[in-house]
Design a protein around this ligand. Structure first.
Ligand code: NAP
Ligand code: HSE
Length: 429
């Protein structure tokens, strides 16, 4: 007797939802061959039933309320692709789990804020929550961490996880354009989230990093402990001068377990221009995973868009159709440790840019501030003069972030500084 079909309730018919409908309609035979059963959509939900959508939805029942969809007796899996960390996405996901349904979601915000509670309830009910699409779109990074690297102690997770930010930074670099102009271009191209601060403020990427950290280090999701800094202050001057020193600026996520606790950062960093991360162009994402046995794995691919994100949603649906059931964060949620947040990032080299009065002893005063803070200079460059001002770049040896803050604060007391200095971490990749 053929296996019963796996019946989906699909909440959200936007970019990702319609992508899921298209794959299910186009690849029905292939999915059935790979899973041994049909995967079908029973019912769908969105806000506006009259909206023209790029798919034939006539075979599916319509639910105005996603919570009602989640509770339907004739669905096995609730697919949540509406978005939002509270409101209907949370209510419907909770309702689905309470009704004993498995959940597939693309919603990193929901899981970054409520992942632990949702996972505990789901696992107590024997349900799974899968979220491949929530991190780095089409890149199968959740699968890589939970399955492919399950035998490794993960040392570090790193990556560029927001395509919009990478588009803005690489476009600034390639065209020599200032941030505001490229931000506006990105808006016109439709790259920005409805709330652009989710992208350029680093929040969206921070959500993703916090989910990877939970799996990698066996800890509860702790988004609130992610050090967040967006790209709004990255200037074209820094992009140009970093390039001149052999670096590129990326909004880089880094998570690692240190002796001082879990370090999670999503901040602009310099990376070597010739490294895989330095070479990453446009809206593409890259995730670098480091395991004690495997060494370093680099995953690169589309982090957003209809096809790539729906591809990741379908990977989760197909796993469920195959009977593959893995705890949400790779180990039972109740066994996840409460992480201690590292209060400061590990020491790293820093790029320092400043404009100084071009007069005898100016550089010596700056070098003294660094020396007094125990910071050693690795490279230094002075760029021409504008009137009596000169731009000076310093690359330090490894320094503690607190020492950099202390030393650069003291620059102001030297009387040779023309405007506020810029300090950007150089990540060793
Ligand atoms: P979207 O295009 O804005 O679509 C959202 C859908 O949800 C729309 O169909 C909307 O209905 C529906 N919806 C919103 N509120 C609803 C409510 N209260 N009741 C019923 N339906 C509701 O969003 P998206 O880009 O597909 O993103 C969906 C999720 O995937 C988000 O969590 C997002 O972060 C995640 N994601 C997206 C991408 C991407 O490339 N787009 C990549 C990775 C992850 P109407 O159409 O009627 O307005
Ligand atoms: N806004 C995100 C990005 C896509 O630019 O990468 C959804 O995760």
């Amino acid at each position: 007797m053929p296996a019963a079909p796996l019946r989906l309730g699909l909440a959200g018919l936007g970019t990702v939802g319609i992508g899921v409908v298209q794959i299910i309609q186009r690849q029905a035979d292939l999915i059935a061959a790979r899973t041994g059963r049909a995967v079908t959509i029973t019912a769908v939900s969105a806000r506006d039933r009259s909206k023209n959508r790029d798919a034939d939805l006539s075979a599916y029942a319509w639910e105005t309320d996603p919570v009602a969809l989640a509770r339907r007796d004739d669905i096995d899996v609730f697919v949540e692709v509406m978005g939002g960390h509270d409101g209907p996405a949370k209510a419907a996901t909770e309702a689905a789990i309470a009704a004993g349904k498995d959940v597939v979601t693309a919603n990193k915000a929901l899981l970054a804020h409520h992942g632990q509670a949702l996972a505990e309830v789901a696992e107590a009910k024997g349900c799974v929550i899968r979220f491949e699409a929530a991190v780095a779109g089409g890149i199968p990074v959740i699968k890589a961490l939970t399955e492919g690297l399950a035998g490794n102690r993960i040392k570090r997770v790193m990556g560029v996880m927001n395509g919009t930010c990478n588009y803005i930074l690489t476009r600034m670099q390639a065209a020599g354009l200032p941030y505001d102009q490229v931000f506006e271009e990105a808006r016109q191209l439709g790259y920005l989230e409805a709330d652009p601060n989710l992208d350029v403020g680093g929040i969206d990427a921070g959500h993703k990093l916090s989910l990877l950290a939970a799996i990698a280090f066996g800890t509860r999701v702790s988004f609130d402990a992610v050090e967040l800094e967006g790209i709004g202050n990255v200037s074209i001057d820094d992009i140009r001068l970093a390039e001149d020193m052999g670096y590129r600026i990326k909004l880089l996520g880094v998570a690692q377990m240190t002796g001082r606790g879990l370090e999670q950062r999503m901040t602009p960093c310099l990376v070597p221009a010739d490294s895989p991360l330095g070479q990453l162009q446009g809206g593409t994402n890259m995730v670098v995973l480091e395991g004690d046995s495997v060494g370093q794995i680099v995953l690169r691919g589309p982090g957003a868009g209809m096809g790539p994100t729906a591809s990741a949603v379908m990977a989760d649906v197909i796993d469920i159709a195959r009977g593959q059931r893995i705890p949400t964060f790779g180990q039972p949620a109740i066994t996840l440790a409460i992480p201690t947040a590292a209060l400061a990032a590990t020491p790293a080299p820093y790029y320092l840019r400043m404009t100084l009065l071009d007069k005898p002893g100016a550089l010596a005063k700056i070098a003294t501030c660094l020396g007094d803070a125990g910071i050693s200079i690795d490279q230094m460059r002075q760029y021409g003069h504008v009137g009596v001002h000169a731009t000076v770049l310093i690359v330090t040896h490894k320094a503690a972030p607190g020492d950099i803050i202390h030393a650069t604060a003291r620059f102001a007391e030297t009387g040779v500084l023309v405007d506020a200095p810029v300090a950007i971490r150089i990540e060793e990749v």
